[in-house]
Design a binder for this molecule. Structure first.
Ligand code: GRF
Length: 203
């Protein structure tokens, strides 16, 4: 399938996906001058920046995003640091083919700053979740989760590095699995056609 990555920040997961060989042909950022755009360029991948403030309304932005994806024949979408919710039309169009990566074990610690939220809460375990995008916020059907320990002596930066380590291993594998049709969505149910040990962190 032809994938787009939706980004807005550092782009370390984009880098991991491109290094892994995920077939990403378009990178869309909602922010300008972010490292993720440099990553796209260094891999020779086309990129577009869609700045929300350049549009008269949220609806106009959402329509432009969906039009761009359709015009570029994008068949699947991987969100990686894209800090906007997809609108209902885009969610419906890409149902079962839009993925999000979240740096916590959903449904715990949804939303922004999930690593800090978990750290401040004092959990012993947090992790990484990959899920299909639905109309809720960080609420779609879970495809895979990796538990990540938070050690007593950790700083929040230690925890962040450990979480990113697992994100970079898990996300490209899930993108690949969806791309190959090894995992799909039946209603709200995630169906794995082959058992994969790394869906819970055994890479
Ligand atoms: C990741 O931690 C991801 O879980 C969250 O945003 C972060 C993106 O990091 N959704 P990067 O831009 O891929 O480095």
């Amino acid at each position: 399938m032809k994938w787009a990555a939706l980004v807005g920040g550092y782009g370390s997961n984009l880098e991991a996906m491109l290094e892994y060989g995920n077939p990403i042909s378009l990178v869309i950022s909602h922010k300008k001058d972010v490292r993720a755009l440099d990553v796209a360029q260094s891999f020779g991948i086309a990129s577009q920046t869609l700045l929300p403030k350049s549009f008269v309304s949220r609806e106009a932005y959402d329509q432009a995003l969906l039009n761009l994806l359709i015009d570029e024949n994008i068949e699947a979408v991987a969100l990686a640091g894209y800090l906007r919710w997809l609108d209902a039309s885009t969610v419906a169009y890409y149902m079962g083919r839009a993925l999000n990566l979240h740096p916590a074990l959903l449904p715990a610690f949804p939303g922004l700053n999930a690593i800090e939220q978990a750290f401040d809460y004092g959990v012993f375990w947090t992790g990484v979740t990959v899920h299909f995008v639905d109309n809720g916020h960080d609420s779609g059907p879970v495809i895979a989760q990796v538990p990540v320990p938070r050690y007593r002596e950790d700083t929040v930066e230690d925890l962040r590095l450990r979480i990113h380590y697992h994100e970079h291993r898990l996300y490209p594998r899930i993108v690949d699995a969806v791309d190959r049709g090894l995992v799909g969505l039946d209603g709200k149910q995630v169906i794995w056609k082959e058992s994969k040990s790394w869906i819970n962190g055994q890479y």
